[in-house]
Design a protein around this ligand. Sequence first.
Ligand SMILES: Nc1ncnc2c1ncn2[C@@H]1O[C@H](COP(=O)(O)OP(=O)(O)O)[C@@H](O)[C@H]1O
Ligand SMILES: [Mg+2]
Length: 282
Amino acid sequence: MTQLPAAHSKADPYQIPTPTANSASKAMLLTVQQLQKDYQTRQGTFTAFTDINLQIHAGEVVCLLGASGCGKSSLLLTIAGLQSANQGEIFLQGDRLNVPHPQIGLVFQQAALLPWLTVWQNIAFGLQLKQMSQLSRSEVRSRISAAISSVHLQGFERAYPHQLSGGMAQRVALARSLARQPKLLLLDEPFSALDAITRLEMQKLLLAVIQQHHSTVLLVTHDIDEALLLGDRVLLMSRHPGRIHREWIVSQPKPRFQHAHLLTELRLEIFTELSTLISPDL
Ligand SMILES: Nc1ncnc2c1ncn2[C@@H]1O[C@H](COP(=O)(O)OP(=O)(O)O)[C@@H](O)[C@H]1O
Ligand SMILES: [Mg+2]
């Protein structure tokens, strides 16, 4: 990350002079340089985000927070290679990315399961995409069954999507990504369509999955608490166009669910910053 906003220069226990200082010993997994995405609309060219510089180390969980419309999903889709950038570059372990990479997993707000396939078959479907290297039948079986147990869905292998609750469907979506053994998991508000209690369950499950698989995660959320419970770093995006406005490191050990009170000060600080960003005069 090269473009640090002025806010970083303030003395603040949660902020770090360089975003990667605490993880300098870990391998760099994702590097995003000067990324910009423009959309062509009837009104002309619309820049969804610009000037995005980002580095994520292996094993890090980075949460991207920002108001609706600030370009979070656009950024994730671009990193996933599902749409091209207009400027800038993306590297995964040093390799330039411009097409979907088989080892980047993506989970959206909606599980997007195929309704005519069972849980097992939906996960298997994710392994049959043409970018995936050919796997033996036994490797496919063992990956699917490991993914199913990671998300605690043993016993539901033969269920169809209409037989699942929203939380279970999201667990299948997560398992579908995990079975591909992704180097990087991109999660776009994966729990925001769920009720508060299911969301908490899913956050706990995701944390366990991350710890089990040593996953590297870029999680988009508009929920400050979610970012603070799961993230090693929290990035706040501004909008029109989207930029990374500010960054915090969250150093409290995980799990933090029983220690949320320790995050109160940081939560308030992020809330204040977000609130100033969306309506500076109120
Ligand atoms: N395919 C598209 N064509 C035109 N504008 C788009 C397209 N996708 C997103 N946008 C616009 O880009 C901005 C950022 O959208 P998005 O990335 O979905 O934001 P977020 O995920 O932060 O809510 C919004 O103003 C949205 O209307
Ligand atoms: Mg979005």
